[in-house]
Design a protein around this ligand. Structure first.
Ligand code: LLP
Length: 402
């Protein structure tokens, strides 16, 4: 990774370990910023993709804001130095306490996902005696063509205010004058590999803005197209930032409004790997199994979404390829990192890197089977540093009583 040997990191911190490349994050950020340079815009990094404090601090220094979905992510962002005015709060089920905290801090926008939540926020604002900037995330009824678990823009799912409830939302805004509707938002899904859903989504945003204006709402400053830009895990050809901009800017620019983006995976997914060691090479039922010290508790995406993650050997060996299942130590048949994968003649003791581990990797890790979560390491400036040490077994029992 850059000039650093991942084997060296593995020896130093042990395995499994997540390793991120700061320079790769910077390059991605620069590419996205350049693509949208022709319109006033702001990138709010989706903290859920990777909320490590060092990652957040890097994003902040690059100039992004933050897109959060919980009070926990809010606390992380505050710790990493984000100003409240640089934070957007999304999420379908914010609690009253989360709304009150966010409203009290004066976030850039609290994006509500139901008319009920809008009314609750109105009451919170009145109780605080201050104006609160809100956004409404609408469900644009656009199919994103991604995995069903991460497709969020079609109707009939839990996300967003249905487009036919504009009038209800306007009624609530009238009843709660402390609410300032600033943002109209959508987020249509994740790991999107075509610009078409974005083109349709942007068109829908402009229609919603028009409908709200016609209903007398004149406070809107921002259109938010959410996150979701895909990356290459196998052979996908996701749109480039320039292609994404080409799809949405023509319809958004004439509004004269500011554009918000909420990328997570695009900024950090490809910038990270999970390094793991092969413990055993096992033959069973005519198959080869490579048993690694990382399991589904460390990286859940293969078993949860059937997601493909490329696996690269960190020790070069000559010889014919082998077809193997790469499996973890967790006591479930569904615990795998790869199935029927053609791989070089990797042997027990070798390190391998699981690519595409920067986003939705560590943040979705659990301690299932009482396995402490792996450390996180940042490669930067020709060296590396641990940005979160390995969890200990003792920590796993903290707070429990016998
Ligand atoms: N904004 C909102 C409101 C979101 O819900 C999400 C992701 C994002 C932005 C960022 O999306 P991104 O640019 O990262 O695609 N765990 C799944 C992904 C879940 C995404 C949820 N929402 C996975 O591992 O594929």
């Amino acid at each position: 990774m850059e000039a650093v040997d991942l084997n060296e990191i593995a020896e130093a911190v042990g395995t499994p370990a997540y390793v991120y490349n700061a320079e790769a994050i910077r390059r991605r950020h620069a590419e996205l910023t350049a693509a949208f340079a022709s319109v006033p815009h702001r990138i709010h990094y989706a903290v859920k993709a990777n909320g490590n404090l060092a990652v957040l601090s890097l994003m902040r220094r690059l100039g992004t804001g933050a897109d959060i979905v919980s009070g926990g992510e809010l606390a992380r962002c505050v710790r990493a130095g984000f100003a409240p005015a640089d934070i957007v709060f999304s999420g379908v089920g914010k609690t009253g306490a989360e709304l009150a905290e966010a409203a009290g801090l004066g976030l850039d926008s609290i994006n509500v996902e139901s008319v009920e939540e809008l009314a609750d926020l109105g009451r919170v604002a009145a109780a605080l005696g201050r104006n609160v900037r809100v956004g409404i995330r609408f469900n644009p009824d656009v199919t994103a063509g991604t995995h069903p678990y991460i497709s969020t823009g079609q109707s009939g799912i839990k996300f967003g205010v249905p487009c036919d409830q504009v009038a209800d939302a306007v009624r609530v805004l009238r009843a709660h004058p402390a609410l300032e509707l600033r943002t109209v938002a959508i987020h249509i899904g994740s790991q999107i590999t075509s610009v078409e859903p974005y083109r349709r989504g942007a068109g829908r945003l402009v229609e919603l803005w028009t409908a709200l204006r016609e209903a007398g709402v004149s406070s809107i400053t921002t259109l938010d197209i959410g996150g979701g830009l895909g990356i290459r895990y196998l052979d996908e050809e996701p749109p480039t930032p320039a292609q994404l901009a080409g799809a949405v800017v023509p319809s958004l620019r004439p509004t004269g409004l500011r554009l918000h983006l909420e990328p997570g995976r695009y900024l950090i997914g490809s910038a990270g790997v999970l390094v793991t060691r092969v413990l055993y090479r096992k033959l069973a039922g005519g198959k080869v199994f490579l048993v690694t010290d990382a399991g589904m508790n460390d990286l859940v995406r293969p078993s949860r979404y059937g997601a493909y993650h490329h696996i690269v050997e960190l020790v070069r060996r000559r010889g014919p390829e082998q077809v193997a299942d790469v499996v973890g130590p967790v006591c479930e048949t569904g615990d795998f990192l790869a199935l029927d994968r053609s791989l070089p003649p990797i042997q027990a003791g070798d390190h391998v890197a699981v690519l595409g581990g920067g986003a939705y990797g560590f943040v979705m890790a659990s301690s299932y089977n009482a396995r402490p979560r792996p450390p996180e390491v940042m490669v930067e400036g020709g060296g590396f540093r641990v940005i979160r040490r390995r969890e200990t077994v003792e920590e796993l029992m903290t707070g429990e009583t016998e």
